[in-house]
Design a binder for this molecule. Sequence first.
Ligand code: NAD
Length: 317
Amino acid sequence: MAAPGQKVVLITGCSSGIGLWIATLLAKDEQQRYYVIATMRNLQKKERLLEAVGEAYGKTLSLFTLDVCSDESVSECISSIKDRHIDILINNAGVGLVSPVECVSMEEVRSVFETNVFGVIRMIKAVIPDMKKRRAGHIIVISSTMGLQGVVFNDVYAASKFAVEGFCESLAVQLLKFNINVSMIEPGPVHTEFELKMTEGIYQKDYPGCDAETLHYFKNVYLPASVDVFQTLGQSPQQIAMSTKQVMETRRPRFRTLTNPLYTPLVALKMADESGDLSVRSLHHLLFNLGGVMKLSMNTLKCLTCVCVRSRTVQPD
Ligand code: NAD
């Protein structure tokens, strides 16, 4: 149970990746300012989290079952928390989908929206009445740069993150009246199981209904470029956890945090042109006509962001 003065933080999807590292970072806070309610769909997957938190388990962290796609599961979990008191809700659970859209079933589309959109809305609806009563709270959503800028062959996933951005941007205005802050964390690529789950068996899979030309672009142009982008620009889940903690700890939490500064120009490009053509055409040109230049830029970036170069250029005083 939370000690007096500790902030109660509920996090969804803590069995792996970003959720696991946010839970660990907060539970191991030196000043023990947080009491973490780490949730996951299946408690049998708790081992990695327990190994990461070590002795904090049972002291500053407890485990609960929670499936964001189920009304009963959400209601059961929140009702079992003392006084339903949650200071900070971190909506982290999410799933990806990468594929030419014509071979994705509507069931798959619904399943992405069920977790990434309806799951977030379900969680927020469950906590705001109590936060409003207390006139205090912070709702954080692990969104994505793909909630601001679409990416080829990620159509459904990007649509789900755009939906959540629109929902939160609207809600944030009302909630400020009740002293409740809303914050979106927008990572670019992050090295977690997410990447593996999305690309597992992708080359072997059948793509019914997809023409040979699209399939060629998907497998031979997009996928290799995507691997390069992950290798070059990918952040660690620990870095996203640090950015999230920083947002939690500012007196006036910001609404939007792009965790990877290399993505800021991409978003600026989109905002700079009201017709939208600049970003659509530039991204098309970059991927389909300037594949070689893109590879070269990625390799250059890889060198520039390499730890050995950074340690030579950043001089401690
Ligand atoms: P991950 O696959 O390691 O973690 C996702 C977690 O969500 C898993 O633990 C999974 O079990 C859980 N989850 C899925 N459906 C759930 C449900 N119905 N109820 C409860 N939990 C559920 O991947 P990650 O990279 O740590 O992803 C975390 C968040 O970060 C996601 O919202 C994702 O969209 C976002 N994100 C990831 C990346 C990336 O490149 N990895 C980039 C930007 C944003």
